[in-house]
Design a protein around this ligand. Structure first.
Ligand SMILES: Cc1cc2nc3c(=O)[nH]c(=O)nc-3n(C[C@H](O)[C@H](O)[C@H](O)COP(=O)(O)OP(=O)(O)OC[C@H]3O[C@@H](n4cnc5c(N)ncnc54)[C@H](O)[C@@H]3O)c2cc1C
Ligand SMILES: NC(=O)c1ccc[n+]([C@@H]2O[C@H](COP(=O)([O-])OP(=O)(O)OC[C@H]3O[C@@H](n4cnc5c(N)ncnc54)[C@H](O)[C@@H]3O)[C@@H](O)[C@H]2O)c1
Length: 448
């Protein structure tokens, strides 16, 4: 006989854990299925180890600035293995705390995959059947792979975290978050990076700031190959060459990273047994309430068609659990104005509409404010490191519909402004706010 739960959650990543913990908090009896490491992509092969690497890159750049300031130390390379162990220790701690918390709140953890047997029954890989009237799919995604000759000579982002040393010459293929982040941090750490971009980088971000990032990367020494059409990889001696239909074969590289998007883990769930619909890309289709087309089956996070960001998966899962078990029938995630940062070098941050989107929606009602400056720490050191900021306003009372920042500190700057936008920020509110000086953030309240 199948064991019965109030809630079954498939996947112990950001979205699944958040849903399970919140439901248990409301008193639900929860089963969580996770075959891999608790914390999923973000904790193990995503945000956390990536951000640690990014910080390491920032420290390397800080060493150069220290020299400019007159410190006597000579920048040295990173002890990769030492750092890898520190990072892993930190991640192990997060996983351990998740495991302890699951046990504390009485969530039943099955360290196996699950698949649907019917709309209310899930089978574990060992064949055990679990039943519930409420099942949440939070199985995330995986790096996209292509059927190209020599594809396997390259790595995907998961592999970057088990590298035992920093490659000397690296090709990164792609122009999205992962490609741009790794290109920046690897270069900051001393690797010769060639970024192969098919069209434009970061198409979701404001074009003017992306152009600024492009210039900053090229000035720093990242080699950018544009309009590429990569047809495969091949070996020449110990090195790897990138075959490109437009630019010819190029290299040699010690390593190649494919960062060409991710695909959802929806193909091994036997969704047909439950009748759950997916879109043409395999993403589970949900409405504004995280409902799938089948009553009692919900989905959150990267397996859906929503933005692939940890806080989105977490917030969607918590609100869903509040709705199902917390007596909050109106609880759902508002997907408008979700802020995000690409931890590039320098970081680029956005919330709301780009200038192009605003002009499309609001025509000539749009007014743009801009700032361009070299932040004080770099200016003192005699380096030109231009930061760019842009505020996009709409209508006679200048409602702020977009804020964009490129430059040092952008990653920490935008969160509070995103709150203000949720509250209906107007340009006059920025004008009425006293600046914090000297800082980069003050430029956001000083634009005229
Ligand atoms: C390199 C990289 C860097 C990133 N950096 C950031 C960042 O800085 N900021 C940010 O917001 N986002 C970042 N992201 C995105 C972020 O990691 C994801 O949006 C987030 O992890 C999605 O959470 P999720 O719960 O939907 O899926 P996941 O975290 O992927 O969790 C899904 C879990 O489901 C499990 N699973 C799969 N199939 C089954 C099954 N059949 N049964 C049971 N369990 C199953 C998997 O093992 C996995 O643990 C990054 C991603 C990558 C790859
Ligand atoms: N800082 C963050 O919040 C963060 C960091 C990393 C990842 N993420 C999330 O993970 C998602 C996946 O990241 P990603 O960078 O893999 O995907 P992405 O969708 O952001 O970008 C994919 C890129 O690959 C390019 N591409 C696709 N096929 C290609 C081909 N054949 N040849 C060359 N280029 C090709 C696309 O043009 C695009 O530039 C992101 O969309 C983001 O939501 C977030």
């Amino acid at each position: 006989m199948a064991e019965t739960f109030d809630l079954i959650v498939l996947g112990g990543g950001s979205g699944g854990l958040a849903t399970a913990f919140r439901a248990a908090h409301h008193g639900a009896r929860v089963a969580l299925l996770e075959p891999g490491a608790l914390g999923g992509t973000c904790v193990n092969v995503g945000c956390v180890p990536k951000k640690a690497l990014w910080y390491a890159g920032q420290l390397a750049l800080g060493q150069q600035l220290a020299l400019d300031y007159g410190f006597a130390s000579t920048p040295g390379p990173l002890d990769w293995e030492h750092f890898r162990q520190l990072r892993q220790h930190y991640i192990d701690g997060i996983r351990g705390r998740y495991a302890a918390r699951l046990a504390d709140v009485g969530i039943e953890l099955y360290t196996e995959t699950g698949r649907f047997v019917s709309a209310d029954t899930v089978a574990t890989a060992c064949g055990e059947e679990l039943r519930s009237g409420r099942i949440v799919i939070a199985t995330g995604g995986r790096p996209r792979r292509l059927e190209l000759p020599g594809f396997e000579l390259g790595m995907v982002s998961d592999d970057m975290f088990s590298l035992r040393s920093l490659p000397r010459r690296m090709a990164v293929i792609g122009g999205g978050y992962i490609a741009v982040e790794f290109a920046g941090l690897l270069h900051a750490l001393g690797c010769e990076v060639t970024l192969h971009v098919r069209h434009r980088m970061l198409t979701d971000f404001d074009e003017e700031l992306v152009d600024g990032l492009d210039r900053r990367m090229v000035d720093a020494g990242v080699r950018l190959m544009r309009q590429v059409e990569v047809t495969g990889l091949h070996r020449e001696g110990d090195a790897i060459m990138v075959d490109d239909a437009v630019n010819g074969s190029n290299g040699p590289y010690d390593a190649v990273l494919w960062a060409i998007g991710r695909e959802p883990n929806s193909d091994r769930l036997d969704l047909d047994a439950a009748g759950v619909n997916r879109d043409q890309n395999g993403r589970i289709v949900t409405d504004a309430w995280q409902n799938t087309n089948i009553d009692g089956i919900f989905a959150v996070g990267d397996v859906t068609e929503r933005p692939e960001l940890t806080p989105v998966a977490v917030a969607a899962g918590r609100r869903l659990a509040d709705r199902l078990f917390g007596g909050l029938p109106d609880s759902r995630l508002d997907y408008d104005n979700i802020p995000s940062v690409v931890f590039a070098e320098p970081p680029i941050a956005r919330v709301g509409l780009t200038e192009a989107q605003a002009r499309q929606f609001h025509g000539d009602q749009v007014r743009i404010y801009r700032a361009a400056f070299t932040p004080l720490p770099w200016a003192v050191g005699g380096r030109k490191q231009q930061s760019l900021m842009k505020i996009v306003c709409e209508g006679a009372d200048e409602r702020v519909v977009g804020i964009h920042v490129l430059g040092s500190g952008a990653d920490e700057m935008l969160q509070g402004f995103a709150v203000a936008m949720k509250m209906g920020l107007r340009k006059r509110d920025l004008d009425a706010t006293v600046a914090i000086h000297p800082s980069s953030a003050e430029e956001l309240v000083l634009m005229s």
